[in-house]
Design a protein around this ligand. Sequence first.
Ligand code: HEM
Ligand code: HEM
Length: 192
Amino acid sequence: MGYANTETEWGTIAKTLHWLIAGLILLQLCIGWVLFAEVLPPRTQVRLILSAHVPIGITILGLAVIRVLWRFGNAHPPMPNMTWWERFLARASHAYLYIGAVAMPLTGWTATNAFGTPVKWFGGIELPRITAKEAVLAPRPLTTLFSEAHFWIAAGLTVFILLHVAGALRHHFSQKDNVLVRMAPAGWLKPR
Ligand code: HEM
Ligand code: HEM
């Protein structure tokens, strides 16, 4: 297996990016929903957002942009034989997962800047401001608008990830095809 994709296999770059982004997004959703549930003391909440959630989210943005460019500028294995509705569901969820991986960090970044807080990556590196503090768009504060977008896109992402994982398990255990095998690290699963 080479680093690039072929007409029949995912290469190491696509697989590494898939699993790295998948792990980080699952981590972000866990952190995010814990923040949303407000079970932690307020100071811990703020520290968790500033020191973990934000820099991890920015890392996902960088990786997701590379992943999308790599996916659409490279060969890729075809979908297996499926009915029209399975193909439609797979295409729609993959599109949502790619868009969500970019839209989540961008809405978080914009909402944070509109609230007046600079967005910093690991090591305190400050990122450019997307918008001014307390910017207002069509009478609503931008921070509210983008916080709500962040919430709803995350809710959709949670649903589509559940669907995506169920689909992957169904391919593997029920349809017994190579869809999970070809995305798994080389040698982890036996080809069918
Ligand atoms: C893929 C990346 C990300 C995922 C999956 C994610 C997910 C979530 C989730 C599920 C929540 C709780 C629901 C909510 O209150 O909206 C949340 C809250 C939050 N996220 Fe993210 N997030 C990501 C990236 C970011 C980034 C890059 C920033 C800032 C630069 C950010 C800033 C925030 C803030 C400030 C909150 C809590 C306040 C609020 O908006 O209500 N997030 N995130
Ligand atoms: C943790 C459990 C996960 C499993 C078991 C899993 C499994 C898979 C498998 C088997 C494929 C290959 C489909 C094919 O070859 O046709 C795939 C593709 C994909 N996965 Fe996941 N995945 C997981 C999590 C995630 C997460 C959290 C994301 C969120 C961004 C994600 C995003 C994608 C995307 C966008 C593709 C489409 C690749 C393409 O055709 O361009 N996956 N996944």
